[in-house]
Design a protein around this ligand. Sequence first.
Ligand SMILES: [Zn+2]
Ligand SMILES: [Zn+2]
Length: 375
Amino acid sequence: MCTEGQNTQDDVRAAAESAAPLASRRAFLAGAGTAAIVPAAATLLGGRLAGAASASPRGSRSGDFAPIPARSLGPAVNSDGYFVGRISGNLYWVTDSVYISMFLSTTEGVVLVDAPPTIGHNLLRAINAVTTANGRPSKVTHFIYSHSHADHAAAASLFGPDVVRIGHEQCRSLLVRDNDQNRPPPTVTFTRRHTLDVGGERLELTYHGNNHSPDNIFIYAPDYRVLMFVDVIFPGWVPFKELAVSQAIPDWIRAQKITLSYPWETLIAGHNGRLGTRHDVKLQIAYVDDLLAQARLTMASLDPSPLFKKYGNNTWAIVDAYFKEASAQIAAPVIDKYLGKLAAVDVFTVDNAYTIFEFALRVDGGVLGPFGIHP
Ligand SMILES: [Zn+2]
Ligand SMILES: [Zn+2]
């Protein structure tokens, strides 16, 4: 972000704070100074934990886990629980510090990508703050689903029945299946590529195959060199549990590298509270590569035969103990290596190690170790 963008962010934040109604959750907050540092985890819970959360300043140790590096955190949210900032030109981002949306303010209306329910009505407040300041229309005319998952999309219904909803054709199939009134299916679908031109602004939507979900797309703003791609890269943070509970692990691993094939300067990855850099992507790829290398070593060396003796005819107890031991072995050196570099690496690396071991290596990779072809 340039200096000019930062000024605009401050303007927008000031406008957002002055324009915001006294939300009910604000009543839970002890005061404006406290509100500014309330982590979004507290706002997620409707502010009920705001008092407790505010006692823990940034970068401090929380519970049994290592401190969160300052560079992994984004801007503080306002007293309504959100931050809105300009990325470049007419392109903005909104976050509650856990989820992130993106929107384009055009001469014809707003193009919004994703509507996480935890940001919810704050999306409308953020859009109103920006469009009040720039004089452009505040109505959301186009809504894009990055993918169908409710945690990124269940506020889609806030924008009324007339909004043009766009998503991959598999996004439509999944949302027809889910029959969720908060996530109406896309009205415009595509299979490979779709270019959206609205009010002088352009977004290029591309499907590169399965990864986190079968419908997850890349959304590129060529005029601003900004890529939005959700639930694969976690800027500054360890990937969420079990590699973001993804459905096609070898494809999820490959998708990390596809992001680098775009000439973006800023990445919106859908999570945590800050924008992503190319360094963030390379660091995550290195982390996943290290997990893969450790998983191969563990597959070759871990002997399950003592577990057969210990658990007898309880087959599930044998394999459960085997996976737990393997995950712990894989994770230990990787946690050591990335402590202080990736936030919460000590929270989810054992789960991520399991996913790499079971899917990338064993069931999808065919690297079977002691469970290979019987002699
Ligand atoms: Zn998802
Ligand atoms: Zn997600």
